[in-house]
Design a protein around this ligand. Structure first.
Ligand code: MRU
Length: 357
């Protein structure tokens, strides 16, 4: 991929200073601030408050959080360190519930810990650092591959619609749903991208529109309630979204509002593509009903972004951060190992088997 496309690094370890560097996504696009974090509590806080967000980036940050947390313990034996490790893992796992990449990355860190049995504490800590680095580095390759597969479904000059932000800053690099857009730009595809603003936290307006704009991609910001009109007017030939968890039957949790976009896409005959690393596919969830949906504070709806409250004081609110798109509305799920089509109960396990052989 061209050096200018999708390369903003939102989570990385500054090796020399042993600090986690996180692009604070809560203040974009007005300020570009990189936080320097050296402890697991600040990692938890960065995840919970969405300073680092997007399923793959959350997983990467948590993996580094394990390293930062274990590094600070006084444990002097492997077993003592493992007791501390388990507490740190549980703590980081409590930061957000929906994106399975968080739990996937924490479990992978534990697997690595267990592989180091018999080593001394310093060796185990070094291994955990290496594993977190591996998770980050592999994510780059995964996204590039998702981008190539997704691009094979698109044609030059298409209008594309995306919801929330599944771009470079939601991952290690390139993004998932935005990866084919960056790749296409390098190859002269001339896409026209419509970015839903994504109420209530405006990831589409603040992050996707900013990210694509910075990369010189033709992006048009629309409010969430404008999806129907842009589709009706024939401006959109495909929808590309990322996701936080894919169940075994293909039901997919993604940012609140995604399922409505999928239903509209079906109505207007627009293909709806979900871009998902295999680390986001959770075969243990049989259907979307098994996916826990995060509920977030009411002020995100009532007061955030406004000089004064835009809702009656003390009005009841309901603020689910994600919704589940039923598999019947999904045209394909695009992973790093290929494109899965319905029935997903067959294609997704096959993809896992192939990836392990
Ligand atoms: O609450 P957020 O901003 O973390 O939600 C993010 C999304 O819904 C993304 O679409 C998803 O994590 C995919 S990121 C490649």
């Amino acid at each position: 991929m061209d050096k200018s496309s999708g390369v903003i690094q939102s989570v990385r370890l500054d090796d020399e200073r042993d600090r986690l560097i996180i692009l604070d996504q809560t203040v974009l696009p007005n300020k570009k601030i990189f936080l320097e974090i050296d402890n697991m509590k600040d990692v938890w806080d960065a995840i919970y408050h969405l300073k680092v967000r997007g399923a793959p980036a959350i997983g990467i940050a948590a993996a580094y959080g394990i390293y930062l947390g274990t590094r600070k313990t006084d444990a002097s034996t492997y077993d003592e360190l493992y007791e501390e490790f388990k507490k740190i893992k549980d703590y980081l796992a409590s930061s957000r519930p929906t994106a399975v990449n968080l739990f996937w990355a924490l479990n992978r860190m534990e697997k690595r810990f267990l592989l180091e049995k018999g080593k001394n504490v310093d060796e185990v800590k070094a291994a955990l650092k290496e594993e977190a680095e591996n998770i980050r580095a592999e994510d780059e390759k995964v996204n590039e591959s998702i981008g190539k597969y997704a691009l094979s479904l698109l044609k030059p000059d298409m209008g594309l619609l995306t919801h929330c932000n599944a771009g470079a800053i939601a991952t290690s690099k390139y993004g998932t749903a935005l990866a084919p857009i960056y790749l296409g730009q390098d190859q002269g595809y001339n896409f026209k991208v419509y970015a839903d603003e994504t109420r209530p936290l405006l990831q589409g307006a603040r992050l996707t529109a900013w990210e694509l704009n910075e990369a010189g991609i033709d992006v048009t910001l629309i409010c969430d309630n404008m999806v129907s009109i842009v589709m009706k007017e024939g401006k959109v030939q495909a929808v590309l979204v990322g996701c936080d968890r894919v169940a075994a039957n293909g039901d997919t949790a993604n940012k609140i509002g995604t399922s409505g976009v999928a239903i509209l896409a079906k109505h207007y005959g627009v293909p709806f593509y979900v871009c998902a690393p295999l680390s986001t596919v959770d075969l243990e969830c049989k259907t979307g009903d098994d996916i826990e949906i995060e509920l977030r504070p009411s002020e995100e709806i009532t007061t955030k972004w406004y000089a004064e409250s835009m809702a009656p004081k003390d009005v009841k609110t309901y603020n689910p951060a994600f919704d589940v798109t039923d598999h019947q509305f999904i045209s394909a799920i695009i992973t790093e190992d290929g494109i899965a089509y319905a029935p997903f109960t067959e294609s997704l396990p096959k993809m896992f088997e192939a990836s392990q052989s």
